[in-house]
Ligand binder design. Structure first.
Ligand code: ADP
Ligand code: MG
Length: 322
């Protein structure tokens, strides 16, 4: 899919990483522009964390290059590290420290001190919604609040680029919604890269989605492009009331005789007296209305018609087949 030619903030070029026999990354290239929120999507083990760790100079690549603002991260690692705020996969929180002291400590590591540090600390605490828990011991905070403290530590030095590795893992649904909206807000003033193994999450949060599968990049596009991919020609599921005349064999015969049906198969339902069929169509027509019209003409008792959108695994299969 198309990539803009504007000066890229981040350029990843042919990145590969080997851990012994495991090829975690097998030559990944992409660009991220200033101000974008980019989502890294892939199942567990795809190589997301590895790629983020190389970009933030935590581990070296086996091959390939990462440039930040045109500078190689290997050659300018000190300078480049400063541009990043990083929320690692398992947040490295000092659980017996008071939240305020923890943030102060991280701020000092990031080179801040005195009034500047106090100002930044107050600002990020307010932005991350933790001002009222700064006096608490980190270990006593809820998982959602701990995650906010982690975000605050990633932001303390006002980095240009924020890298968040699976920021919503382990949060309850309300906390997930809060963290997502916080990420969106943070993304309005800086470049954000986040990883996730949850398709709806990246579709909801990101301007662009990069899909990684088994160490390779399989897609790079806007959520709209991916959604179109996900929605194009999905199978339709039809559920009918069985009767003496409405049997699996009879219905399949009728379905397969329709010129708009490419393939039809029965699926197990587990409810006595109900039948379920999966249809694939020819072309782009929405099969749902055709199926409803057919059911009515055949006097079938129609219980349900629905499109079956691809889940992440289905989307991968589709993307990797093409
Ligand atoms: P993701 O973050 O997408 O789940 P990772 O980047 O953590 O994927 O892992 C990619 C692959 O590399 C996996 O097969 C994982 O087991 C392997 N891997 C990751 N880190 C190490 C390591 N330090 N040593 C050996 N293998 C590793
Ligand atoms: Mg990971």
């Amino acid at each position: 899919m198309a990539e803009t030619t504007a000066t890229a903030m981040i350029e990843v070029d042919g990145l590969a990483k080997r851990y012994g026999d495991i090829e975690a990354l097998q030559g990944i290239s992409f660009k991220v522009n200033k101000g974008e929120i980019v989502g890294f999507l892939g199942p567990n083990g795809a190589g997301k964390s590895t790629c983020l760790k190389i970009m933030t100079c935590f581990i070296p690549p086996s091959a390939g290059k990462v440039r930040i603002g045109g500078k190689d991260v290997q050659e300018h690692s000190r300078e480049v590290r400063h541009k990043f705020g990083y929320l690692p996969e398992s947040a490295p929180l000092y659980t017996d420290m008071i939240a305020y002291d923890y943030l102060k400590y991280i701020g000092q590591l990031r080179g801040l001190s005195g009034k500047k540090l106090a100002e930044r600390l107050e600002l990020v605490a307010s932005k991350c919604g933790i001002s009222n828990v700064l006096g608490q011991i980190v270990g006593t905070l809820s998982k959602g609040y701990r995650q906010r403290v982690c975000l605050a530590q990633a932001l303390i030095h006002d980095p240009e680029i924020l890298v968040l590795d699976e920021p919503t893992v382990g949060l309850d649904p309300n906390q997930v919604v809060e963290i997502r909206s916080l990420i969106k807000e943070l993304g309005s003033e800086r470049t954000v890269i986040l990883s996730s193994h949850i398709l709806p999450e990246v579709l909801a949060t990101c301007d662009r989605v990069i899909i990684i599968h088994r160490g390779r990049l399989v897609a790079n596009g806007t959520p709209e492009q991916l959604q179109r991919e996900q929605m194009s020609n999905p199978p339709v599921v039809l559920r009918l009331q069985a009767s003496e005349t409405v049997t699996e064999a009879k219905v399949l015969e009728v379905l397969r005789a329709q010129e708009w049906v490419e393939a039809a198969r029965a699926r197990p339902v587990g409810i006595p007296g109900e039948l379920e069929f999966e249809l694939r169509g020819k072309g782009e027509a929405d099969l749902r209305s055709l199926a409803v019209t057919l059911a009515s003409a055949q006097k079938w008792a129609l219980l349900e018609v629905r499109r079956e959108l691809l889940d992440l695994e289905g989307l991968f299969r589709k993307l990797t087949q093409e």
